[in-house]
Design a protein around this ligand. Structure first.
Ligand SMILES: O=C([O-])CC(=O)C(=O)O
Length: 167
């Protein structure tokens, strides 16, 4: 069932100004490909390589306002998410997805009420073997993303904190 829109998110620059000691900023230049650039929530993680069966399975389960951080190894060879999987994320209450990799169906995904940052796009399909690991720490762009951290995204970038921040 669709959930109500998530609460408004703060600007990442304002968060850095107020909480620099606890925040880490990810320097990778992700593209904002979802309908919302601003989103925040607790981090869940996934590590996969050009295989999206686990992506579909996790985004088919209740998100409860979380952000799924997918370390796709930076590969742009195959899309880890398309409009069907992105629609599942919206329907299941995920507020956003960060993909260190590629997606496809970007025009349709841009119309969804979902945060989606990815390195780029590629129409090629992922494999569907189910290979990968969930709920582990992943590192890309020099930043480690771990379950239970809080992630804040906007048009300027992504910052992570060890806990939820007041704003
Ligand atoms: O089937 C896939 O690999 C992903 C996809 O296109 C979708 O989510 O619509």
């Amino acid at each position: 069932m669709s959930e109500a829109s998530p609460p408004a998110s703060p600007a990442t620059a304002d968060l850095i100004d107020a909480h620099e000691a606890v925040l880490v900023s990810c320097p990778l230049q992700f593209r904002n490909l979802g309908g919302r650039a601003r989103f925040h929530g607790p981090v869940r993680t996934l590590k996969v390589l050009e295989d999206n069966a686990l992506v579909k399975s996790i985004l088919s389960s209740p998100g409860q306002g979380a952000v799924l951080v997918i370390d796709g190894g930076g590969s742009l060879n195959r899309a880890l998410i398309g409009d069907i999987i992105a629609g599942l994320a919206v329907a299941n209450g995920w507020v956003g997805v960060v993909v260190n990799g590629a997606i496809r169906d970007s025009v349709a995904i841009g119309a969804l009420d979902l945060g989606l940052k990815a390195l780029g796009t590629n129409p090629a399909k992922s494999r569907k073997t189910g290979a990968g690991e969930a709920d582990i720490s992943v590192t890309f762009g020099g930043v480690t993303f771990a379950p239970g951290q809080w992630l804040y995204s906007d048009e300027d970038g992504i910052v992570v904190a060890p806990h939820a921040l007041p704003f």
